[in-house]
Structure formats: structure tokens, C-alpha cells
Design a protein around this ligand. Sequence first.
Ligand SMILES: [Zn+2]
Length: 555
Amino acid sequence: MNKVMSSASLVLAVLLCATPTITHAYSSDSYMHEAAYKDSLNRAVGGKPEAPGYWVNNAQETLYNILKAERKVAEAKNVIMFLGDGWGVPTITLSRILKGQAVDNVTFGEEGQLHIDTFPNIGMSKTFCADAQIADSACSSTAYLRGVKANVGTLGVTSDVRLGNCNAQNVDTNRVSSILAWAQAAGKSTGIVTTTRITHASPAGTYAHSASREWESDVDVPLMYRDKCSDIAAQLILEEPGKNINVILGGGRQKFLPVDVTDSESTNGERKDRKNLVELWKSSKNSDVNATYIETLNQLLMVDATKTDYLLGLFSPDHMAYYHDQLGDQDPSLTDMTEKAIQILSKNPKGFFLFVEGGRIDQAHHNNQALRSIWEAVEFDRAIKKGDDMTSDDDTLIVVTADHSHAFSFAGYAARGSNITQIGIRLGNDLKPYSGMSYANGPGWQPFTSGGRHNIANDPIHNVTYQQVPLVPLVSETHGGEDVMIFSKGPHSHLLAGVHFQSYIPHAMGYASCLGSGLTFCSENQGNSANINGLSISAFLALITNLIVISIFMT
Ligand SMILES: [Zn+2]
């Protein structure tokens, strides 16, 4: 073993001398932690591994904390669902290392901690959709927000609606309500926050019913359907439950403005129906409530949460900038938005439901930009910590999960403390280096030369804009089909431990917070019709399924 270790160290030392380019820190351009980031190879060579007592103490402390965290028996007054779009396990692990190295500045990186590492309950979600082995963000949002599996590309409708079938979208019994609507029905405040367009598939899963996730504004709907099927932005502003959402923060301003209206960033709207949905949103609010529309970080920071009932923030014409590229006073971070949303929503004594999406983890992966995606995941974890810090485990259920994974892997035998963009210390059989982070497919593909595979030795691999070189050329890298994680804490969070269909998640959240028409903690404890005591499983299922089928479609 020691011999193997010392051989590896020798190879590493040789590489250190021979390839000066790999001593670069991340070429993070503007990232605030760049100065704090220490060269990874120095860590690997100079860092001292922990003494055995460290691991023992850590394990005993973890055991103590888990034992101490008794199962909460109260109703979850608040529910916060954090959704990492495309946040698969390799992405999570790499974000832990990057955070350890570049933010927390621990010795190596791998021993660092994400906030989600502190969550007591871990489960797995089976993400396939009604008609597909591997999910997209629309059918999956229908599962994790509404409790039924749907077809690829469809939002808020049952699997009786095929992609693009406008007529089927409008059949009442094909429309499924979301946990956000259940929360509104119970008098709770509601909010949605994302880094993508607010009309994108994941956040739209909370409020829209659409046969196609693409129908974000009127011009996105095929002409033949425009007067029959309302677009997603219009549904958000003009229909329930969207128009009742208290806090709406994200990007996608163009979807809300007419073509002849120019926004604060000199971009024209795209709506041809001439509807100015921002103005319609403002005028829809009665004079006895405080409603504010904002477009910048500075405006967000100036919002007085104690006096705000409704907040609509559209910070970008399209998706918001990647965390790495955000400008000082234009773009709030996901953490900024989460903080303001909780400040506003937590005023309601009945509690709230908040959906927060780290939406661009997925988009950077689609572009084979691994480092950029991992930074998005680091920021996603920071927003989770903010939400957790602002609420109590006694009355707030926090659920963190992903819609699907990506065709992304983390492989090779890099030394402890290696920079995550580091090429492996071992060469491929073609005697060319390979990256530890790699994709099965995507747009970063490079054609073979007479010498074979593209040689990445001199590529700018530490830059966030660098595209890893995948195996198969594709215009957009694909999702991955393996199960994704569910991290949870707070009242009844143990219900989410184990391996579950993705469509189980809102049922468990509804139970914990006494929302929806299924079995709830409150109904179970008040002896009403959903009480399972004294019922056989088959009798219970017959009863509860009937109740849900009757009411789940009441949107
Ligand atoms: Zn995607």
C-alpha cells in the first residue's frame, strides 16, 4: 500500500515539474473567492492528513447529533422545497470539494462540508416519467410538486395529455393541482424563486398546466392554439394559483412584456398579444395590499419585507446570469432571493410554502461547462443554508432534491486535494491526459485528428467557460437517468428516507404540513375520514385514493 502511495506521489511530483500549467488556480475571472483559492497540488503534496482521532471524534459527534434529533411530532407549519436542476450525485460531491477548497479553505477539500451534509434524512428519488426512462424538468416537476408522473415536456397535467396536445390540456380531469395550490387553499403564503426564467419548467410546475413546457409566452404557443391554450407567463399572472403567489423572483422578463415595450436593460418584450403582464400584475393587486415590482439587486435589498405582501422581481430579460457572471447591482444571487422571500412569507401566522430552484446547474451541464455548473451547485447549497438558518427545525420541513441527473461523471485517480478541474495523474492508453470530470455526450466534442483523441493538455481547463470534451457529439448534453438524492430535515422528514417514486415527494410534504387531499398528520390525529387506525391497507387505499381522485384535480 505504502509502495503504491509513494509511486503515485512520485508521478505527481514529476507532473508538477513537467507541466507548469496545472499549477493554476481556477481562472475564475471575477469570482470573489479567487484570491482565497490555494493551489491544489500544494495541498496534495504539502497537506498533512488528519490523525486517526479526527475521524473517531467526527463519527462520535455525528452519532450524537443524529440520536439527539428526535423525530418531530408537530405539524410542519412551513415547507421549503429546494430543487437543484440536474443536481446529480457527482455534482454534489464535486461542489463539496470546490467549496472546501475555494470558499472554506480547508486543508484539502474533500473533508469540507456542504450544508446538506448536515441533514438527518436521506432518500432517493426514482425520476423516470410516464413515457420516458430519463426525465426532463417538466414531467419531473409534475411528479415532485403534484404527486403524479406525467409525459415528457408536459406540465401540471396527467399522462393522458401527450406533449403538445392543447385540447387535452384543457380537460379538467387532466389537470393536476400542486402543493403550492394546496398551501394557498390552507391560507398559507406562497413563493417561487429561481435563477432561470420564472416561466421555465421547474418553477412553472408550481402554477401552470401546459401540454408543452415550451409555451412560455403567447408567441411560443403554435398559432392554431393561441386562443385555446394560455401560455405559461399569462397563467402565472392571470390565473390561479399563480396570481395569488406572494413572492415571485427570477428571470424571463421578455415573456411578460409586449414586443413594443423596452425594459430597463434595453431588451424588448416578445409578446404579440400586446399584454403587458407586469402592468396587469400591478393592477390586479388591491389598494389595501402592498405589492412591489422590481428588476435589480439594489431594488431587492431596499424592499421592506415587513411592509410587503406581494413581490414580483424579474431581474433579467432571459435566464439570470450564472453566479460567476453576476454584475454588482443587477443580479441578486439565489441566496439573496431566498432570504427576501422567507422574510416576506414568514409573516403569515399560518405558515408558508416556498419553492427555490438552483436552475442553472442543469444549463451549464447541458453546455459541458462542468466547473461553471459546480459553482452553481455551491451557490445552491449556500441558499439552502440561508433558508435553514432563517427557520426552525421545530416547525419547518426542508426538502432538497433534484429533478434528474446528468450524463456526467467524476472519475480517475487524482490525489487528495486536487483541483477538481485537474487532469488525471495517469494517462489514457493513448498516452494523452484525461479529465476527472467528463461527459458521455454534449457540445464540447472535438473531432479526432490523425493522432486520435483531442489532447486536452494545453486546454484552458480551469476556466469556467471551458467545455469538457465528451465522448459523443450532441448539440446539448443530455440528462442522466440514475436516481437522485432527497435530503430532508424538520417535522416528519423521516418520511422521505428510503427509495421512492419522485411522485411520492409532495404526498409526504403534504402529510407533514397538513396540505392536500391525501393522508395528513392533522387528519390522522383528528380521527376524521382519513384516519388509518382500524382500517386494513386495502380499505385505507380505496378510501384515500377516492378522496384524492375527487379533489386532486380541483385546481
Ligand atoms: Zn436540463
